[in-house]
Design a protein around this ligand. Structure first.
Ligand code: COA
Length: 264
């Protein structure tokens, strides 16, 4: 049983809620550990088809890494912490099942980085995004310098990180940080509607989209094992042809009926 997160599995959608509302869901060591375990459940539980990450309470998605745990960390310990955060976020980003952030308030520092590690983001009208680490004499450490740049472009990324500017929901939409803005009340339902559409598609093909888009976004050895995005796409395209679902999908098209995908 988790102590700092809540999980619910319903209709194949696994909702992970970071649950420290009195601390605006700040990520302490226990939250990170439990978040990793929950992401492992997404990977390993065949009943889970997709996931949502959100925050508890009306104010925050996640207001950052728990700053109180930074006290007394030296360079080596800070590097260990950043590596740990990055590894967990890579697990999210490299999940073959879609993981979407439903951002319901502050998504600052490690919270913004968590949202950016998800495959895409929806947010409520009261959402606020930012990488305010320079206010603390820090920089983002959980992948934010990279992922913000991929999402909004180099110039905006530089400005946002250097000024610590907090971005509201409409600006986030304009920047491409989020795909949709909803009312707070409809955020989870809208996110689930999109995941329900995705869950009706061929699971292996959806997983390959994630793999290929990750490579397109950044040709980095963390993703590619030295391959280019185009090489990766050719390989993944070929692999789809070895699946039952590809045969089912193409056959169903030709027979003018709905495909029945099995994830094989
Ligand atoms: N780490 C640890 N505790 C945090 C936190 C964080 N990142 N963000 C918020 N909290 C705690 C506050 O210390 C406070 O705890 P307390 O009630 O025991 O004093 C509680 O959460 C509520 O936050 P508070 O600051 O009172 O709310 P607010 O509405 O006045 O301000 C924020 C909200 C988000 C603007 C403000 O909390 C903030 O700036 N947080 C830090 C954001 C940040 O720099 N994140 C990057 C970290 S690397």
């Amino acid at each position: 049983m988790y102590q700092t997160i809540l999980t619910v599995l319903e209709n194949g959608i696994f909702t992970i809620t970071i649950n420290r509302p009195d601390k605006l869901n700040a990520l302490n060591a226990m939250v990170l550990t439990e978040l990793e375990q929950a992401v492992d459940e997404v990977h390993n539980n065949p009943e889970v088809r997709s996931a949502i990450i959100t925050g508890s309470g009306p104010k925050a998605f996640v207001a950052g890494a728990d700053i109180s745990e930074f006290v007394g960390l030296d360079k080596d310990a800070a590097m260990v912490l950043a590596k740990r955060g990055q590894d967990i976020y890579f697990k999210i980003e490299n999940s073959k099942k879609p993981i979407v952030a439903a951002v319901n308030g502050f998504a600052l520092g490690g919270g913004c980085e968590l949202a950016m590690a998800c495959h895409f983001r929806l947010c409520s009208e009261n959402a606020k995004f930012g990488q305010p680490e320079v206010n603390l004499g820090l920089i983002p450490g959980y992948g934010g310098t990279q992922r913000l740049t991929h999402l909004v472009g180099k110039g905006k990324s530089m400005e946002l990180q250097m000024t610590a500017h907090i971005v509201d929901a409409n600006e986030a939409l304009q920047l491409g940080l989020v795909n949709h803005v909803t009312t707070a009340e409809s955020l989870l339902e809208r996110t689930k509607d999109i995941l329900t559409i995705i869950q009706s598609k061929a699971p292996i093909a959806v997983g390959k989209v994630i793999e290929c888009v990750n490579v397109a976004v950044v040709s980095d050895s963390a993703y590619t094992n030295g391959k280019s995005g185009f090489d990766k796409e050719i390989e993944a395209f070929g692999e789809c042809f070895g699946t039952e679902d590809m045969k089912e999908g193409t056959t169903a098209f030709m027979e003018k009926r709905k495909a029945n995908f099995k994830g094989r």
